[in-house]
Design a protein around this ligand. Structure first.
Ligand code: HEM
Length: 426
């Protein structure tokens, strides 16, 4: 029985989806978690993601705290995650308030800042050091970047790292009678509680005193003459910090591994960093960090020749769409120069990732710096740990140790960075 939280799925999602796409019935049915269907073909996934009137993302509760809207995960998240789990027009309203921070122009203006944070994250280690891509390099880099953007004290990421479950996820224990996804939902509830609590004080403070990032902007934004409720500002901040982290770290880390295994590609990109943009897109297609998102049927609709009725749940598989032979020539080949590359790793439709340009720029800047200071890094393959226990949330790595090469020229920043470049701003 299909379970996108299971070990079998972690090991074999590509072949599970390929079999479904190639069959006469490209919709997978599962009885797990109350029952749901999975759309696997590119055209169906794209059409369903645009169809927000029939397929809702809404996460909501009644007065007694009982589930009403089930949101974008199966099983549902214990808390709503900002406009990601609302429907238009409300979701669009909040999205519009944040959009200006994520435009190409804003991110390009802040590129030097992103590069500086990349220099800091790599510059903390010396030649020959064995460091973890996730815990020591890309993780701190991306968290520092996110905290800088939303306007949180930069030392806060240390505590966040400990709580965020970068320790290996509970790897499918089977003796408590819970499905793996149910157990992960409990673990995530703890983490969301920590994150919401730790950001709340900051939201209140920044409403009073202002600040430099998105939190202060939202805390002082007015809609129809009213300030946003503090809890909404808090929820949006949690969404940004939680949504922008492991997905980007996974993209960077997957690229580092691919380039290690393909030295000729690594040399090509090191010699010409302008090629990194297309390379990152192809890694996003091939290693999609967010494999699926859920939707809830609220009006009759049909996909892949099957009718759906209100009350049913669908899982849109971005990952399966990214391997659809009808859209991508030779989808099982990693072609780092692939053009066009209309992958849906960032989703599509009204909820398409707001942080897509930021994520790609972050990955490009980090990889360019790594290839500059340590082009012959070595991945310690026998110690790699995929994040299998978290596979439904993100397809990435718990740990991927590397050895920085002797030519490494970092080692400049011992502690927190003194950032001097202009930050990302609207
Ligand atoms: C490689 C990195 C990333 C990947 C693969 C990714 C993937 C996705 C996907 C698939 C969605 C659509 C979900 C749905 O339709 O239900 C999404 C939405 C979203 N992402 Fe990302 N994301 C990444 C990075 C980021 C970053 C860096 C941020 C912000 C700092 C971010 C913030 C968001 C937000 C706020 C939404 C909800 C947008 C809305 O509903 O309007 N993401 N992301």
């Amino acid at each position: 029985m299909f379970d996108h939280h299971s070990r079998e799925y972690a090991d074999g999602w590509k072949s599970i989806y390929a079999a479904a796409r190639g069959s006469g019935c490209p919709v997978i049915h599962s009885e797990n978690y109350g029952g749901f269907h999975v759309l696997t073909r590119y055209a169906d996934v794209v059409a369903a993601a645009a169809d927000y009137r029939a397929l809702s993302s809404e996460r909501s509760f009644d007065d007694r705290g009982q589930d009403v809207g089930l949101g974008t995960t199966i099983p549902p998240r214990p808390v709503r995650l900002g406009n990601l789990e609302m429907d238009p027009p409300v979701s669009t309203l909040y999205r519009r308030l944040m959009n200006k921070w994520f435009t190409r122009a804003a991110i390009e203006r802040g590129r030097a800042r992103v590069q500086e944070i990349a220099r800091w994250s790599l510059g903390r280690y010396s030649a020959g050091a064995e460091v973890d891509m996730v815990g020591d390099l890309a993780g701190p880099f991306q968290r520092m970047l996110l905290f800088d953007l939303v306007g949180l004290p930069l030392d806060r990421w240390l505590g966040y790292r400990e709580e965020s479950g970068h320790a290996p996820a509970s790897d499918f224990p089977a003796d408590d009678g819970l499905l793996p996804g149910e157990r992960r939902a409990i673990e995530r509830a703890r983490f969301f509680g920590f994150l919401a609590d730790s950001l709340r004080a900051e939201v209140i403070h920044q409403r009073e005193h202002g600040g430099t990032g998105i939190i202060a902007d939202l805390a002082t934004a007015e809609v129809n003459g009213d300030l946003l409720p503090l809890e909404i500002v808090n929820e949006l901040a949690v969404m940004l910090v939680a949504g922008g982290d492991e997905t980007t770290v996974s993209t960077i880390t997957s690229t580092v591994l691919h380039l290690y295994r393909h030295p000729e590609e690594r040399a090509r990109l090191a010699a010409d960093p302008a090629l990194l943009g297309a390379a990152v897109d192809e890694v996003l297609r091939y290693c999609s960090p967010a494999l699926t998102s859920a939707r809830n049927v609220v009006a009759p609709c049909s996909y892949a020749g099957r009718d759906f009725v209100p009350g049913e749940r669908l899982l849109l598989s971005w990952a399966s769409a990214n391997f659809d032979e009808s859209t991508f020539a030779e989808p099982d080949t990693v072609d780092l120069g692939r053009t066009p590359n209309r992958h849906v790793a960032f989703g599509v439709g009204p909820h398409r990732c707001i942080g897509a340009i930021l994520a790609k720029t972050a990955a490009e800047c980090f990889l360019e710096e790594l290839l500059r200071v340590s082009p012959d890094y070595e991945v310690l393959e026998d110690r790699i740990r995929p994040a299998y226990g978290d596979i439904a949330r993100f397809n990435g790595w718990d740990s991927l140790p590397i050895r920085l090469c002797p030519r490494y020229s970092g080692g400049i920043y011992p502690g927190l960075p003194e950032l001097t470049e202009a930050r990302i701003a609207p």
